[in-house]
Design a protein around this ligand. Structure first.
Ligand code: NDP
Length: 333
């Protein structure tokens, strides 16, 4: 089986030469272990942080070792009676074609409810991130005006549905380019869309939310956080989820120059990591399954075929090549 390794720590935007695709011998699973043929794996923005040799909430990737991340696959050899051959499981050993893991690390997924790869996106970590941010971190209340950046991505594409469920009166999304902006309102449940690449983010946000916003779900940081601070109303809440505009930065990035507004407006800005909110998993899974069956959960993915294209997909995702969840599909023969 092949696996992707990090061979050089990227400076700025990752380059294909920072990675290598290596053929390895797949070991036999030991007692209590399973061999999984990966069918799909996820490429995510947080992986960019793991490519740097710095202390963070997840340890950095080691050089010359396979990278890891969320994957779904099919058990092809089982030495664990609780996870028989043929079970479709989600686990943490992505970026490779075959994975050997302890049965405890393999979660069976219900493919009668949704296709397996949905558990890497709308029904998985990115869906739960949107849910946690809009419920526990910056709770949406009845009548709120909500703004979401990165709105056409994996987290953002489900956020409007969640905000509406919690009573939002109006949800505004921003994304790059007219086509993504169109899809925000036509497909992903947003009431208004801002194409930030048009270069008038602050003015366009003001126009979309003339009376201001109550909740900002921040996937982008930088210019978007600045624009949101300008538009937030007194008592506004910000869920600081990500800052993708600066993950490839090579110099320290200054904070928004209007942060002082947080004082007069009595704002709450709160950072969070989804893994601290796993308690919401069941509640969200129930809602998401219902919305999926009703057809009201936007379910969008961008699929790239083959492990040999995974690095390009990752690099592309950081620049907006995806709409919805960026996924790698592995050929099963
Ligand atoms: P996405 O599917 O949203 O993919 C990344 C998107 O970022 C691209 O599609 C691109 O969309 C956008 N982007 C790239 N550069 C810029 C820029 N300079 N300005 C504005 N947008 C930009 O990824 P995810 O949904 O997986 O993640 C979204 C955010 O949530 C990330 O910041 C991520 O780190 C964070 N996150 C945080 C978690 C947590 O626990 N705190 C968990 C999961 C994700 P476009 O074409 O619109 O520019």
């Amino acid at each position: 089986g092949r696996e992707v390794r990090l061979v050089k720590r990227p400076v700025g935007e990752p380059a294909p030469a920072d990675f290598s695709l290596v053929e390895t011998e797949v070991p036999d699973p030991g007692p209590g272990q399973v061999l999984v043929r990966n069918d799909w794996f996820s490429v995510d923005p947080y992986m960019r942080g793991r490519m740097n040799d710095v202390k963070s909430y997840v340890p950095p990737f080691a050089l010359d070792a396979p990278m890891d991340g969320a994957a779904v696959g099919t058990v092809v050899v089982s030495n664990a009676p609780e996870v028989p051959e043929g079970t479709v499981v989600r686990h943490g050993l992505g970026w490779r074609e075959y994975a050997v893991l302890d049965a405890a690390g393999a979660d069976a997924v219900d493919t009668s409810l949704a296709p397996a790869q949905a558990y890497l996106g709308a029904l998985g970590m990115t869906g739960l991130t949107a849910y946690a941010g809009l419920t526990e971190v910056a709770p949406v209340r009845e009548g709120d005006v909500v703004f979401v950046s990165g709105a056409a991505g994996a987290v953002g594409s489900v956020a409007a549905r969640i905000a509406k469920h919690h009573g939002a009166s109006r949800v505004i999304g921003s994304a790059g380019g007219p086509e993504k902006a169109r899809r925000l309102t036509e497909e992903f449940g947003y009431d208004a869309a801002v194409d930030y690449k048009a270069g008038r983010l602050e003015e366009d946000l003001k126009e979309a939310a003339p009376k201001g916003i109550d909740v900002y779900f921040d996937n982008v940081g930088g210019d978007h956080l600045r624009a949101a601070l300008a538009q937030l109303r007194v008592g506004g809440r910000v869920a600081m989820c990500g800052a993708i505009s600066q993950y490839n930065a090579t110099e320290p990035v200054p904070g928004p120059d209007n942060l002082v507004l947080a004082i007069g407006k009595r704002l709450t800005l709160r950072g969070f990591i989804v893994t601290d909110h796993m308690n919401l998993g069941r509640e969200y899974a129930g809602l998401a399954a219902r919305w999926l069956s009703e057809g009201t959960l936007p379910y969008e993915e961008t699929v790239v075929e083959g492990i040999d294209n995974a690095v390009d997909a990752f690099i592309g995702m950081l620049k907006g090549a995806n709409t919805g969840k960026m996924l790698i599909r592995l050929a099963s023969d």
